[in-house]
Design a protein around this ligand. Structure first.
Ligand code: CDP
Ligand code: CDP
Length: 225
């Protein structure tokens, strides 16, 4: 237990957190935990069950009867809600549009944070999200706050959409990223903010490999030889 290692990666939307967190975790032999997928899963189920998204208590009660599993499979990490594979579905625009509202309620966050801490109790982890360094894993040995210009982040999402055969408007992508960041930064319950002891890394002109290298370097520095 004492030798467990925690890497916390926070930052705004599409800064590259999950991509680099996944690769770094694999290289380190740690477990990757995508906390955004957990909030997205609850949002998806709330939309499906037509729960009032303005009612934090109703969302907390929904969460209490929702099983969310992050499973490492050969072809990548899969997300299951009550046994159903929702890996792709939770990235659809309707979920992205409402997830910041669902994530804004203290009761929802308290339960999510408790689940996230449990996941990090028995293994070394790379966990990414918005409040990992500030709140979920305040004692993480390595904390990173990834940023990138909103233009670059919109381009990154645009490329992803193109690969899926969709052609979204760049302006709309930029707007939705900026709006989600604003909501995440302005909420009362553990808003998106850099932890005082986190290293800020601007990835605007860095490749995925360069960011991963930096993470591995920080981990090496902190790991007892
Ligand atoms: O990957 P992307 O940047 O689109 O977002 P995500 O990591 O999937 O997170 C989706 C949303 O969940 C964020 O915009 C936040 O509203 C919320 N979230 C949060 O509040 N706290 C976390 N630890 C992770 C995500
Ligand atoms: O998790 P988050 O929303 O912060 O971002 P992501 O989903 O990991 O990354 C968004 C996109 O940016 C992905 O398609 C990555 O391949 C790409 N990316 C990049 O082009 N350069 C980087 N340094 C990091 C990510």
């Amino acid at each position: 237990m004492e030798n467990l290692f925690q890497v916390a990666i926070d930052g705004p939307a599409a800064a590259g957190k999950s991509t680099v967190a996944k690769i770094a975790a694999k290289k380190l032999g740690f477990v990757y935990i995508d906390t955004g997928a957990m909030y997205r899963s609850l949002t998806y189920k709330a939309l499906r069950e037509k729960v009032n998204l303005n009612n934090g208590q109703a969302l907390k009660e929904l969460l209490d009867r929702t099983d969310i599993k992050l499973v490492q499979e050969v072809d990548g990490q899969k997300v299951y809600v009550d046994g159903d594979d929702v890996t792709d579905r939770i990235r659809y625009p309707d979920v992205s549009e409402h997830v910041s509202l669902v994530s804004s309620y203290k009761a929802v966050r308290t339960e999510m944070v408790s689940r996230q801490r449990k996941l990090a109790q028995s293994c070394s982890v790379v966990m990414d999200g918005r409040d990992i360094g500030t709140h979920v894993l305040p004692n993480a040995q390595v904390k990173l706050f990834l940023i990138a210009s909103v233009e670059e982040r919109a381009i990154r999402r645009y490329r992803e959409e193109l690969q899926k055969g969709r052609h979204p408007s760049m302006e709309m992508l930029k707007e939705s990223i900026a709006l989600r960041d604003k909501k995440d930064m302005e909420r009362d319950a553990s808003p998106l903010v850099k932890a005082a002891d986190a290293v800020a890394l601007d990835t605007t002109s860095l490749s995925i490999e360069e960011v991963v290298e930096k993470i591995l370097h920080f981990v090496k520095e902190k790991q007892p030889s």
